[in-house]
Ligand binder design. Structure first.
Ligand code: SAH
Length: 227
């Protein structure tokens, strides 16, 4: 999978993309992330990328031309499955959406800044608008990093234990069962006996039951069908 990220503050993306699972994914050539500095496509000698709002009002708006130039250049090189704009008024990101996107070959992620982007960019280029939740951040870089992280770990071969992503919370609309490691007894706080029984099937049943109970208690909305 290849992901091109368009950003006015590319430095914000360096650390999240260069450690742990995402580092491994890129090293194994299972994921290629290319971060583009929008300012390189800015207008005039000041490489301008934003301007005042028509109609007045506070906050700068990201201009069409630099973004259009870059997107058109990328589209000239390859076909993109989706051009995603990270935005608080987009569709809220879910595991289902991540599963769907993780099967794609080429994605563009556009990060907004300031007040946001000129609406016409959304009309002309953007095919998907994603929010990471009902709160406002100052830029789309952290949301983009979240999206890339969740997609990266779903690509087959990225996680060591390939099946482990399948048992995470939200897969099958269930939260994860509780997990424990050594010591089995920490100052009287013992782990459930069943986990020491060595009985694989019973442990599996226990985990399924715990996942269900936890979901029912904490997120009953997930158990409603057709989410
Ligand atoms: N004026 C906009 C907010 C702009 S915030 C509004 O009221 O909707 C600046 C940029 O941060 C946005 O363009 C977007 O790319 C990013 N951003 C902020 N909050 C976000 C969220 N919850 N999900 C995804 N992106 C977000």
């Amino acid at each position: 999978m290849r992901i091109d990220i368009i950003s006015a503050v590319p430095d914000l993306l360096i650390s999240p993309l260069s450690h742990s699972i995402l580092k491994r994914a890129q090293k194994k050539n299972l994921l290629k992330v290319v971060v583009h500095n929008l300012r390189d496509y800015g207008l005039g000698k000041h490489q301008q990328i934003d301007d005042y709002q028509f109609g007045g009002g506070s906050g700068m708006v990201m201009m069409i031309e630099p973004i259009a130039t870059l997107i058109n250049k990328l589209k000239g090189d390859r076909h993109y499955d989706e051009i995603i704009y990270m935005t608080p008024d987009g569709h809220q990101l879910s595991q289902g959406e991540c599963n769907y996107l993780s099967l794609k070959k080429n994605l563009i992620i556009l990060c907004g800044h300031y007040k946001g982007i000129d609406e016409r960019i959304r009309d002309i280029f953007v095919t998907k608008e994603i929010s990471i939740g009902d709160y406002v951040l100052s830029g789309g870089e952290l949301p983009a990093a979240i999206l890339v992280d969740t997609l990266g770990r779903l690509i087959p071969g990225v996680l060591n234990d390939e099946s482990s992503a399948l048992f995470d919370s939200f897969q099958d609309n269930l939260l994860s069962a509780p997990i424990y490691t050594r010591p089995a007894d920490y100052k009287g706080h013992k782990i459930p006996d069943i986990l020491l029984s060595g009985h694989k099937k019973k442990i599996e049943d226990w985990r399924d039951e715990q996942a269900y109970l936890r979901t029912k208690e904490r997120r009953p909305d997930l158990l409603d069908d057709n989410r």
